[in-house]
Design a protein around this ligand. Sequence first.
Ligand code: SAM
Length: 738
Amino acid sequence: MPKKRRNQKRNGQAERKPSTFQDIVKENVNFEKYYKSQGFIPDYQEFMASLRQTLPTTFRITGSKAQAIDIRNALKRDFFPSLKGIVWEDQVVKEPEELKWYPESLAWSLNVGKAVIRRSPPFKKFQTFLVYETEAGSISRQEAVSMIPPLLLQVKSNHVVLDMCAAPGSKTAQLIEALHANGSTPTGVVVANDSDYKRSHLLIHQVKRLCSPCLMVTNHDATQFPNVVVNDEILKFDRILADVPCSGDGTFRKNIALWNTWGVGHGLGLHSLQLRILLRGLQMLKVGGRLVYSTCSINPMENEAVLAGAIRHCGTAVRIVDVGSELPGLKTCPGLTTWKVMAHNGEWITEPNERCTASMFPPSDEEIKEFNLERCLRIYPHLQDTGGFFICVIEKVAKLDPDKRKAEGSSEQVPKKQKLIERPDTPLEQIIPSPSEMPESPRKPLPKHLDTPTSQIVDEVTQPPMSPKKHHHSHIKISSYVASDVSELRLNTPIDQIKMTLATPPTKPQKRTEEDPYMYLSHDHLVIRQIKNFYELDPSFNLTNFLVRNTMGEPTRGMYYTTPIIKSIIIANVPNKLHLVHAGIRMFAKQDTDATCNWRIQDDALGSIYDFIKGRKVSCGGIDLDVLLKKAYPKLEDLSEEFRNQLEKYSIGGCVLEVDTSDVPEYNITVKMIFPLWKGHASVNMMVAKQDKMALLMRMNGGEIPEIDVSVGQRDKSADGVASSSIMVTEYQDTILS
Ligand SMILES: C[S@@+](CC[C@H](N)C(=O)[O-])C[C@H]1O[C@@H](n2cnc3c(N)ncnc32)[C@H](O)[C@@H]1O
């Protein structure tokens, strides 16, 4: 077969190779033909004009609620007033706007050019603050519309949640935050899955900053997600997010290459995969549970047609929930009850053919009344200056029953063999042909941009490539990713970087790296007894949930901790059924010192064990905190007498530091903070990552970059081996200056 010529016509227009994204002409004849003739987009000209505008940058304040509110207040108090009324090149610059529908004013939109950010001092200061808080994991850049599905899932702390297509994890992060929202360690779990092994590791790095012991990451094709067994029963999920791979045609504003590549075949080709993922999700959903289906596409093939297909299979066991009033202030359009089907050749068709299945066509009049497709939410870019998006919330009201629809006389159309039954191991191939059997299925992996919302393409570009080394997932330090996060938040990711990703050839099926085993330790293990006695752990703390990740099953360098539900899942399903790539948090790390107990608590895990620690607790105020943050290894005499007296009671080793900064009201920190501290013979060291220290210092100083004392740094031998997380003063300054 002759090779396609480069400039061959495709999608109704000459395909050209632009040298930069600026060269891309924001036109696509076939896209216009498709959507204009469909006629369902209100104010069509405004819609098209909006698609050609750059997308504003949006971000969320993350983490525990009390701290998030402190950060929000710092933004409102120390930054936003100075961003009001700034004039740049004779134009008043837009100040940050709150996303009205996002709870507690914790999400914001910023629509400012990079020239303003670089050259206007108040914006530059604001941006530096965002960069440091992002490094510390307290702020997350995320597309506004992508924040909606997790909110509508209404996750509670006891929920068992599955995120079926989770990478790179922005929505998983929200699900974890919701699980932790009430402050105590949740009894529930978030299982975040992605079929792409490399992307599942990307997710781990993104979400690790949240330090949750309630996260598991798995690597499966969601259409064949295995039945997870717990206590001899198949686990059903209270909440499921199916944020499925899609054509991404709601992302034209960010993914500019789509103007050149959009074709009607993309949506048609994904329909079957999306339907199969949704059906598997509904099989695994608990009765009474909620599933949110979402795409960043506005194409009915990938949205209402998928929903209608699923309801046809499940009958009255599932229903679309009316969530119109759940996020007040969010502007949406109702889901479609009818649409036109365009075949691959660009012709409108009214009957299925060998390449377009019956499920792609709109429902019958009778089905329209039953399905309530109008309850789906459509978001178009011009409604509130966002990307395009589609969301549907489904509730499972009864077990899936193959005869239910027939019994209720609601449909004669669904062939019996196509009905989805409750037995969760029913292979979906029996119900829907697998993508490889479907005409126009993605026979080869889709180009990256087709399953990757643009925000994530940028993430991917800016993240250093993952090397699939052993131990990689569990030991990699988030700090090695700092540079990428910084560039992400500089709001001006170079266009050539984005282009690089889009030009990346489709990924080949990836090999999984063999995972280290998950070996739980006996509660009676010598090291556990030592830790228990040293930190005086409360007897109510469950000592059976510690694990190590080596074949010897012995604690050598680190000990991990999972919640009990994760332990039950791992014991019954890993490695035979479930391909687990991450679970739990690293709670203790071994030090090479002469302390009685050489195991120090990790900052990331302190929140999960703090309530149970009864010994080795010390406390200080804002003045001592300032010293601990600015100096590496401050000597005991550098600290207040009161604080020093507490420290002198203890032998060398790990301690827990409680901080209340109310002695320095200008720090404006209302939340009480806890940190791991290492007490040496003559000095102390706060065991916190340097980016976290820097973010905290900036927050305490009203966003100003504080002076750091470069004269100290004399290392105390008894604190040897703990140097990695101390402040490297010169590094700070390099970061600040760069
Ligand atoms: C739209 S993205 C998900 C974005 C993610 N929910 C977030 O908010 O960061 C779709 C994801 O689905 C994954 N994917 C594609 N096919 C899949 C399948 N059959 N099973 C599971 N995941 C799949 C892709 O690797 C991609 O990461």
